[in-house]
Structures are given as C-alpha cells and as structure tokens.
Design a protein around this ligand. Structure first.
Ligand SMILES: Cc1cc2nc3c(=O)[nH]c(=O)nc-3n(C[C@H](O)[C@H](O)[C@H](O)COP(=O)(O)OP(=O)(O)OC[C@H]3O[C@@H](n4cnc5c(N)ncnc54)[C@H](O)[C@@H]3O)c2cc1C
Length: 267
C-alpha cells in the first residue's frame, strides 16, 4: 500500500521526495495505464497553487507543470503556438485533454509523445524545482529517461516569445483520433516577405527520442516554402523501428510526407 501526499507547497513536495522511492503524478493519465508497480509513496502535484496558468513573462512564455492540454487549447496564444495547440486537440479525447498535462507528456518521455516535437520546435527550456534549467533536447535522454535528479521535479517550461513566427503540427496514426502516432512533425518558423528566416523542425515516433532536423533547418533559410525543398536525405538522422503500428520503411515515408506538408503549409 502506497502513502499518498497531495501537498500545497513546493517545499513539501521536496521534503516528500527526500524520503525516496516516490512517484510524482500530475494528471496520472500516462502513469496508470503503463505501470502496475506500487511505489513507496505517491506525490500528487495537482494541489500546488499557481502552477496552471500559461502566461507571457517578458521575453518568454511560461507553461507551468499543471497546465493541461485543455488549458493549452483554451489559452489566448500567439501563432508560434499553433502547432502545440493542434497537438493538444489530438492528444487522446477530451477527458484525457482535461487531465493530462504537457509536462507529464514530456516527463513520460515516450518516443511517441505528441508534445515533445512541439517543445523542441518551440525551443523550450525545462525549469526544475532545484533551480536548474535544461534545454528540452538535453532533458529527454531516451525512451522513459529524463534528466531529473531524485529530489527534483519540473516546475514548468520556458518558451521564447517569437512574435510573428508560424507553426504547425501534423500527426499520422492508424485513424484520425485517439491513436498513438506512427510519425509526427512539429515546426516553428520565422518568415519575412514570404521567405523562411529561421525554422525548427522536429520529428517524433521515428527514433528513440524525438529529434530536430538541423541539415534541413539550415537549408530552408532564405527559401520560399515549398514541399520539394524537403528530400529523403534530410531525414537520414531518423532511426525508425518496425512495430505493431508500422514498419520502419512506412514510418520513414510518412515522416517525409508530413515534413513536406508542414513546410509547404508555411506558404
Ligand atoms: C486513452 C489515452 C489516450 C492518450 N492519447 C495520447 C496521445 O494521443 N498522444 C500523446 O502524446 N499521449 C497520449 N496519452 C498519454 C497521456 O495522456 C499524455 O502523455 C499526458 O499528457 C500525460 O500527462 P499527465 O499529467 O497525465 O502525466 P502523469 O501520468 O501524471 O505523469 C507522467 C510521467 O511524468 C512524470 N511527471 C508528471 N509531472 C511531473 C513533474 N512536474 N515533474 C517531474 N515528473 C513529472 C510522472 O512521474 C510520470 O512518470 C494518452 C493516454 C491515454 C490514457
């Protein structure tokens, strides 16, 4: 039988974590379907005050650890968040969106987590309760493996404000909704006079952890967006696997098509 804490102060979360063997939970939508083990104690973060509202803070946006997918959908956010909002509308169904958090999706570190490519494209920084700040590409180290010390938890995400940036998210699954992705792409791009000034493009479900495509990003600079700018060699860093959802070859083909559509969508 686990002990259950639902603290309302960050210091109490840290004190509970110090007892060791604790499981952190936010919405619990990722944890309970996947793991049956009984932790020494459960720390439910959902009562912590002031960690739900998404807001602008100077040169960045703050997305705190209790912000749900529904909060992302409802928030009045600039176009740079169009990809994250599109992903939010496709995560599970409304019940999952109401409970599941963006940070929980990140910390679960599934290769197929829909939020992680969006956070890579938004250039997110993960802010930890210890005061450490870690770029999201370093925070996710591999499947179910994140850069989190035993006494730490994620307070929230810092996302640079990019006025005028455009964004997109495309996901392919075996059906339209309530489906785990075979491949997905997120993109955030600065545009000037119809040309791409800077782009960040990230692919999920096609490697052990979601990753950006730096060679493609570099080649897109200065270009008028069009699908044929994206060629198979740009996706060479991907290492898709064969599994019950799709073959590696199909995933690679799907990822290429999704990136082409996302880039063309900037026009
Ligand atoms: C029916 C169903 C459909 C789903 N559909 C999708 C989908 O389409 N796409 C998708 O990507 N996911 C999907 N999911 C998975 C899940 O709902 C999401 O990943 C959700 O965002 C997880 O958030 P949570 O708050 O529920 O995480 P939790 O289950 O509370 O936590 C997940 C993990 O993160 C850790 N964690 C949570 N918060 C913190 C924190 N602040 N600091 C440190 N660690 C923390 C927990 O310890 C746990 O290991 C689905 C799940 C279900 C049950």
């Amino acid at each position: 039988m686990s002990r259950y804490f639902r603290p309302d102060r960050i210091e109490d979360v840290s004190a509970a974590l110090a007892t060791g063997g604790c499981l952190l939970l936010a919405g619990a939508t990722d944890h309970f379907p996947t793991r049956g083990d009984t932790p020494h104690a459960i720390i439910d973060l959902s009562r912590l005050p002031g960690l739900r509202a998404i807001e602008r803070r100077g040169d960045h946006w703050w997305l705190p650890c209790l912000a749900t997918w529904s909060d992302v959908i409802a928030a009045d956010l600039p176009p740079q968040f169009a990809g994250l909002q599109a992903a939010a509308r496709q995560v599970g169904g409304v019940q999952i969106q109401n409970r599941g958090t963006v940070v929980g999706n990140l910390c679960n570190a599934s290769p197929a987590a829909d939020g992680i490519p969006c956070l890579l494209a938004l250039d997110a920084t993960v802010v930890l309760s210890s005061g450490r700040a870690v770029p999201v590409d370093q925070f996710v180290r591999g499947p179910r493996h994140i850069d989190l010390a035993p006494m730490e938890f994620v307070l929230g995400l810092r996302l640079p404000h990019q006025p005028g940036a455009r964004a997109g998210f495309l996901k392919l699954g075996a059906r339209r909704y309530l489906v785990i992705s075979m491949a997905m792409v997120a993109l955030v791009a600065d545009m000037q006079q119809g040309r791409i000034v800077q782009a960040r493009i990230a692919i999920g479900a096609c490697s052990a952890r979601a990753q950006r495509l730096p060679a493609l990003e570099a080649e897109l600079c200065g270009q008028i967006p069009s699908a044929d700018l994206v060629q198979p060699h740009h996706l060479a860093p991907l290492t898709p696997i064969d599994d019950v959802r799709a073959s590696a070859g199909y995933r690679r083909h799907a990822a290429l098509e999704l990136v082409r559509r996302a880039v063309a969508g900037l026009a």
